[in-house]
Design a protein around this ligand. Sequence first.
Ligand code: SF4
Ligand code: SF4
Length: 452
Amino acid sequence: MSNEPTSEKETERREASELRDVFSGEPIDLRPGSDDCYKCSTCDTECPVAEVDDEFPGPKFQGPEQWRLKRKDDRDIDGSVMTCSNCMRCDDVCPSNVPLSQMHNTARGEYVDEQMSPFSLEYARNRILANYGRLAPLGARFPRLTNFVMGLSVTKLVNEKLLGITGEREFPAFAAQTFRDWWDERGGNAASRERARRAREERDGAKVESDDKRVAYFHGDYSNFNTPEVAKAMVRVFESFGYEVAVPEQRCSGTPMYANGMLDDARRAAKFNVETLAALVERGYDVVCSCTSCSMALRQEYPELYSFDGTAKVAANTFEALEYLRIHEDLDGELADASVPESEFGELAYHAPCHARNQGIDGQAVELVSELDGADAVDVGDSCSGISGTYGWKAEKYDVSMQIGEDMFEHMREVEGETGMTECPTCAMQMNHGTGYEIRHPLEVLEAALVE
Ligand code: SF4
Ligand code: SF4
């Protein structure tokens, strides 16, 4: 299948990442890259944390300056790197292609390894937050009981006082059935193959072989344990276009681990994912994600940090779900002839996740949904939601997280209706937390429009 990048920005990003010497297997030395910075400060003006927290020195310091200082006298990493939320907005705007997020991730990892005690509460809390996917199967085994216990005020109090996990937020509920259990019960890959074959027959009026219509779905932990309706929508929408969907074994994409400097955990998860997905890519599958942070990890963070066999191949063949359909199908045309119940959707307050901006795919959901009868999407501006995955769950970061989100909340309230839309599960949490709106994923809108 064609692996054409979707935008100029994406082409630039892929070319730039090919030029970096990160496949040598040697430890990454980012110090020479700091010379590419000409101190324009564009990154600092884009940083949502620096905007509300006067003590945070900003991305220019966290990236190039820190690495420059290290070149001089192998200094320790400055602890303020733990205040960076990993939103990657700085990475997106740098005119000189300084690998800012690669610098931040590497610095955070070094700080955690060498300067943070593994016996500290901060380390324990961050490790728990970063490894949600490891703990979630326990909670998902008894979802009603877990939801009840996690919703108790006493649980929130203990979490806040003992672990430093904010008690201000509602813990995301576990679904009664995980996506993967639903998938197995439905018949797994064989059932998907058959449904896709029938859809192609209906569309083309003839038997069409599926070798060039196969995708491997990287659903991530949240869609599996908490919002299986998003993952089911992804499967049904792709099958309706005649795609056979495979759901390989997978671990967390690593995004929360990078954000917390848990690079050993991230490396193990990434290695597992690359091995599994590379084997499918070899067989002609493309990798599709419903979460924009997952697609970003697979196609940007993995090749920036790892040299496993297949890393570059997986990165080059990974796409976000809507982006993929726009490349390969006449999605705009299909939506122009479709409709959804206005009472269910109507005017949707859309927030583009920072990680979608970073991949150049932040405008597509608004364009697509606005084609539909019964729904309209209004972009609520380009501010950061403020939660940045695990960041806004930390008790000491909660206020900053809400201050960053205030712009988005305000614009959401200006939109008619009380439903929001975004591709990122933690942005969705923050949108709901700040406004009380129900939040939908664009794939759910597509499912309502295109799947009978
Ligand atoms: S935007 Fe790039 S070039 Fe400008 S200060 Fe930041 S890192 Fe340096
Ligand atoms: S990743 Fe986000 S929070 Fe971190 S330095 Fe860059 S812009 Fe600021």
